[in-house]
Ligand binder design. Structure first.
Ligand code: AMP
Length: 147
């Protein structure tokens, strides 16, 4: 029988994140697995996509500051759920890529992700969940987010 031991949970702080976190904790308890939480700070993506775009000083962002805010948000999110001591990563980049990359690095055996997140419920599966399902090196639990 399959036994998951290393879960990677993707948190975007959308309303769906609560459902995703609860499901991840339930699965971890059922399998006595470790939980590793990840949040990706994806602010660079829009700038990276626009080749001829030169940011004005007002639009320039301090990467360190944004990563620090991300760390604090993740800490608060986990503290509210008594999971502050769990291992966690806050990374810059494109969420779908960083989640898959980190799962490989950590040898995760299950990625827990929301079927949808901040990008809404327009499609059956959000773009992050779809790409992670295609590219993941392990099983993926796409938690159905109520619509
Ligand atoms: P979306 O593609 O925005 O519909 O998001 C689907 C799911 O991908 C979310 O419920 C999260 O589990 C995960 N996700 C999206 N963006 C991020 C992010 N920036 N950091 C971590 N996980 C994310």
């Amino acid at each position: 029988m399959v036994s998951y031991k290393r879960l990677l949970v993707a948190v975007d702080f959308s309303p769906a994140a609560e459902t995703v976190a609860r499901r991840a904790v339930d699965v971890a308890q059922a399998y006595q697995a470790e939980l590793h939480w990840v949040h990706v700070v994806d602010y660079l993506m829009p700038l990276g996509l626009a080749d001829d775009f030169t940011p004005t000083p007002a639009l320039m962002v301090d990467e360190k500051e944004l990563l620090e805010q991300g760390r604090q948000s993740l800490q608060r999110f986990l503290a509210k759920r008594d999971r502050a001591a769990d291992p966690q990563s806050v990374l810059p980049g494109v969420p779908r890529q960083e989640i898959v990359h980190l799962a490989r690095e950590l040898c995760s055996d299950l990625i827990v992700i929301g079927s949808h997140g901040r990008h809404g419920l327009a499609r059956l599966l959000g773009s992050t969940a779809r790409t992670v399902l295609n590219d993941a090196p392990c099983d993926v639990l796409a938690v159905r987010v109520a619509d």
